[in-house]
Design a protein around this ligand. Structure first.
Ligand code: ADP
Ligand code: MG
Length: 250
């Protein structure tokens, strides 16, 4: 379980102070399709980046599977980013001169997986997003929707527990957006997907929980965790932690 406890984020640039997040308390289920809505500048990207370890919070705590990240060092953050989280961006962020297959395989180079298995897993991830017959194309030869599906394949190839998607359909037409939403819905069956979107209709139709933000705060939450779910989540996290500590004493 991921828990945010009174998270704040202050940006200081050129003598100017921006309070991007003003005390966020949130818990996430291990299995959910969460949409985050809110006007431009309200802190959605900041929140997503903090959950994914791409950006550091100013105050508060992010608790990952029962462990406070206040004591995380650079290596802990690297491990978390590389093994537990997959990112999908509005602008796809694919490498243009590489094939689709290489783009997805590349996400596994840091994971210590051997070349043959990297290839097999990349093909499987691309098949899962319906691109099994496009392996040797280059991103420039594809439509926006196809490129975003490659980006999703790249995000899931490592089998992370969390997928974070920042306006993944922001550059797509309605029909293509629907395809991307179907895929995100599908992959949320066995992991947490947190998606930022500008589209309340898509959020309503596809996600299982909708969170509204305004001015760095949570304004509404359609399905917050019950007290029982929070207790169970913490118990499970504790058990997992104990198992891991026993498996690798250090
Ligand atoms: P959203 O994704 O909802 O549009 P952001 O999280 O990107 O909002 O931004 C929230 C606020 O923080 C905005 O006022 C934005 O200008 C500011 N901000 C975001 N990133 C930075 C940064 N790296 N440096 C300074 N201010 C930033
Ligand atoms: Mg944003």
């Amino acid at each position: 379980m991921i828990e945010l406890k009174n998270i704040t984020k202050v940006y200081e640039t050129g003598g100017e102070t921006v309070n991007a997040l003003r005390g966020i308390d949130l818990q996430f289920r291990e299995n959910d399709f969460v949409s985050i809505l809110g006007p431009s500048g309200c802190g959605k990207t900041t929140l997503l980046n903090i959950i994914g370890g791409l950006d550091q919070y100013t105050e508060g705590d992010l608790v990952i599977n029962g462990t406070s990240t206040r004591e995380y060092n650079d290596r802990d953050w690297d491990t978390y980013r590389n093994h537990s989280v997959g990112f999908v961006f509005q602008s796809y962020n694919l490498i243009p001169h590489q094939t689709v297959l290489s783009n997805v395989e590349m996400a596994l180079t840091l994971s210590g997986v051997k070349k043959k298995e990297r290839r097999e897993r990349a093909i499987k991830a691309l098949e899962a997003v319906g691109l099994g017959d496009q392996l040797n194309k280059r991103p420039a030869q594809m439509s926006g929707g196809q490129m975003q599906r490659v980006a999703i394949a790249r995000a899931i190839v490592n089998d992370p527990e969390i997928i974070l998607a920042d306006e993944p359909t922001g550059a797509l037409d309605t029909e293509t957006s629907v395809q991307v939403m179907e895929i995100l819905k599908d992959i949320s069956r066995d992991r947490l997907v947190v998606m930022v979107t500008h589209n309340p209709d898509l959020a309503e139709r596809y996600s299982t929980r909708v969170i509204n933000m305004l001015d760095g705060k949570i304004l509404g939450d359609s399905r917050p965790l019950t007290e029982q779910e929070v207790r169970d989540g913490r118990d499970i996290a504790r058990e997992k932690l104990a198992l891991r500590t026993r498996a690798s004493p250090s």
